[in-house]
Every structure is written in structure tokens, then in C-alpha cells.
Design a protein around this ligand. Sequence first.
Ligand code: B12
Length: 210
Amino acid sequence: MSEYEGLVRAVEQGDFTGTQNLVNALLNQGKSPDEIIRGGIVLALDIVGKRFSAGECYIPEMLVAARASQRGLDVLTPLLVKTGFKPRGTVVIGTVRGDLHDIGKNIVAMMLKGAGFHVVDLGFDVGPEKFVNALNTENAQILAMSCLLTTTMISMQETIDALREAGLYGKVKVMIGGPPTTDDFAKEIGADFRGKDAYEGVEQAKRFVA
Ligand code: B12
């Protein structure tokens, strides 16, 4: 039996208290926050997604699992986010227009903060104008976009087109992520990088500002 099985089950079942208690218990056993995210939280959401695809559960179940996972991440965030030092660079991040999925984006934002970046998180359902405004106001070096729906991938293209119009394309590095995205798609829309997970995103962000 995996040591993360209890946590996976708690997230799947939308058990908020159980999720927080099990995250704390795993921390006390010496597990690192990213081990807990990968081994428990992400895995649980993956299982829920597969059940949804198979018609074995519905949106309310996905929603409570998402909320439970957020409770677990709330425990881990302060452990990952360092404060009080000069940031490596500024990243503007958001989930693109039409898309409400923000758990993966929140993990990427949290990991970037943990790696010493100043992160401006615009939330979800973010349109091209809002991304462009934030990049200008914050004088950011990196734009990070997330999407989970195949139907909202087009919004990544629209945002990059808006960067071109605003004269930011080529000045700001663009990275994208989320399950429907691929390296070929990134190339096609003119993004600099596509990350399969938060860890790849952070490593690339470090290379961008090196
Ligand atoms: C939770 C969930 C929801 C919740 C979202 C709550 C929230 N606050 O996010 C709710 C219930 C609201 C929801 C709604 C819907 N959902 Co939904 N949802 C999911 C579910 C189960 C989990 C998503 C998730 O959080 N995964 C965990 C995170 C950690 O993973 P992740 O986002 O992939 O992020 C990681 C990487 O991709 C990467 N990454 C992500 N972004 C970025 C960005 C950068 C820059 C980088 C480098 C990396 C990176 O790093 C992350 C961490 O390592 C998925 C199934 C699945 N397995 O993905 C379906 C899923 C995404 N949903 C789906 C659907 C269809 C819907 C709805 C349309 C359902 C409906 N009929 O209404 C609506 C759409 C609402 C909208 N307009 O957005 C489909 C999408 C199909 C598709 N390909 O288009 C999925 C795949 C389910 C399925 N199997 O059919 N959903």
C-alpha cells in the first residue's frame, strides 16, 4: 500500500479535514512538499479526471476534490514560498480566457515563488489585454500561461498575438503548460517553451533569467 493512499482517498472524497491532517502527517514523516504534491494531490486529481471521463463521477465530485486539494496546498504553500530576498525576476502567470481550472497554475506559481521569483498571479479566465497590461506594469521578464481545456488553447495564441501588437514579443519570454498543450503547439503559436509540469517550468524560468 502506498504511503500516499490515504491522502489520495481523502482528496478524491473531498474530505477537507482529512486532507489537511494527512498532509501534516506526511510532513511529520519527513516527506517534502513536492513529494506530497506529486505523490498525493496530483495523483488524486488525475484519478478523479479519469473517472469523470469514464462517466463514473460528475462535476460536483470534481469540484469537491479540487477544493480538498486546495486545502492541502494551503498547508504546503508557506513551506515552499521564501520571502525577504531579492527576486530572480518577475513572472506574470494566469489561466487563459474561458478556462476556470487553476490548481495546476497555482502549483506552478507556488513553485516559482519558492524558487525566488516575484510572481504576479492574475488568476483564471484571463484575457490577452489583462496579460499585456500586467507585463507592462510589472516590467516582467516571463509570461506563464496555463490551460486545461482543448477549447481554450486558442486563447494562448490570441495572447501571443496581443504581445506582438504591444511590441512585447521577443522581449518577454513566454512559457505555456497544461495537459492539452504540446511542444509542437508551443512552436506553432510562437511560445518559447512548453512545460509538462511545474518543475520543468521552474527550471526553464531559471534558465530564462540566467
Ligand atoms: C478539478 C477539475 C475541474 C474543476 C476545476 C477547479 C479548479 N479550481 O481548478 C471544475 C469542477 C470547476 C472543472 C470544470 C470543468 N471541467 Co474540469 N477537470 C478537473 C480535473 C479533475 C483536474 C484538473 C487539475 O486540477 N489537475 C491537477 C493539476 C495539478 O494538474 P494540471 O492542471 O495538469 O497542472 C500540472 C501540469 O499540467 C503543469 N502545468 C499546468 N499549467 C501550467 C503552466 C505552465 C507555464 C507550466 C510550465 C506548467 C503547467 O504543471 C501542473 C503541476 O505540475 C481534470 C482532469 C485531469 N486529470 O486533469 C478535469 C478536466 C480538465 N476538466 C474537463 C472538463 C470537460 C471540464 C468542464 C468543461 C466540465 C463541464 N462539462 O462543465 C468544466 C469547464 C469549466 C471551465 N470553463 O474551465 C476535461 C477537459 C477535457 C478537454 N481536454 O478539454 C478534464 C480533462 C476531465 C476529463 N477527463 O474529461 N474541472
